[in-house]
Design a protein around this ligand. Structure first.
Ligand code: ZN
Length: 290
């Protein structure tokens, strides 16, 4: 499809990959759009995670965002939004692009959002999200799939998609990342949670000033890298497994179905899966509530 080619040509570096000793640093690189995640970026991220997993020299992975923010969330309206394009799929879900009705988005998000997030969450090396500025909606998913979250003191987190009539983002980790009552408040209000509160609630591991964020995150990553590779991988599996035994995976399955009931309801009611909200209207309301 033309759009894929166009996006690929224009944005071939929507993800950057660097290494520093035993650390891989993966940077989302659409700063002009506050790193809004389109399909192209999704598959570049996947390639970067795969590369870091395959490289025996790499022990720990840092995920960060270029520019002013970590991530403004899923791309719902930049010029290179590529929702209709088929990419090189990583799950066994079939192609969404030629489907209609609820099937189009259900299949697309099962692959691009829920499927990819689960795949990245299970990467058998420690991952650290280094969050500064905004971490909104789909951006939360990218921070939450990481094992640790290190935040700048200017970081803030929000999931305002309930405004679209949708019960939170596709990777529904909210009640695992936050105490359930706080998760409800977080979703019911769509308000921003600052780094300090996220730290107090255990969603964030450490908070540093923006100036120290890079150096401190790298220092922590290097400390973790002193541990043996297999020990780290097994520890990660053990804890992820406990989360799944506690219902994380099955809870997400149910939430994903409700999420798509909401998309379909929106489509039936207004002809728009996002309940008529756009990149502009969401940004405006997010600003008003800041
Ligand atoms: Zn969705």
């Amino acid at each position: 499809m033309n759009k894929t080619t166009k996006a690929s040509t224009k944005e071939k570096d929507s993800v950057l990959y660097q290494t520093s000793g035993q650390i891989a640093i993966i940077t989302m690189n659409r700063p002009r759009y506050h790193n809004a995640q389109n399909g192209h970026m999704t598959y570049q991220l996947d390639a970067a995670f795969k590369r870091s997993a395959d490289d025996d020299a790499i022990k720990v992975i840092i995920l960060k965002g270029a520019g002013k923010h970590f991530s403004a969330g899923h791309d719902i309206g930049t010029p290179d939004r590529d929702i209709n394009d088929s990419q090189e799929r990583k799950t066994l879900w079939y192609d969404h692009a030629n489907k209609s009705g609820g099937e189009f988005l259900y299949v697309r998000e099962a692959e691009a959002y829920l499927g990819m997030c689960r795949r990245w969450r299970d990467l058998p090396k420690p991952t650290i999200a280094m969050v500064h500025g905004a971490c909104i909606a789909g951006g939360l998913m990218l921070a939450w799939i990481c094992d640790l979250i290190i935040a700048a003191n200017d970081a803030f987190f929000s999931d305002p998609v309930v405004r679209m009539g949708i019960p939170g983002v596709e990777y529904f980790a909210h009640p695992f990342e936050l105490p359930p009552r706080i998760a409800k408040e977080f979703l019911f209000t769509g308000e921003r949670m600052n780094a300090e509160r996220a730290y107090q609630l255990g969603m964030v591991n450490r908070v540093f000033t923006r100036d120290n964020l890079n150096a401190e995150t790298l220092k922590l990553a290097n400390k973790i890298a002193e541990m043996p590779r297999l020990g780290l991988a097994l520890t990660k599996q053990a804890i992820n497994n406990v989360e799944d035994l506690q219902g994380k995976r099955s809870g997400m399955e149910a939430a994903y179905a409700w999420h798509h009931f909401a998309h379909s309801h929106n489509e039936l009611e207004s002809g728009n899966k996002l309940g008529g909200e756009t990149i502009k209207s969401m940004a405006q309301k997010n600003k008003e509530e800041a």
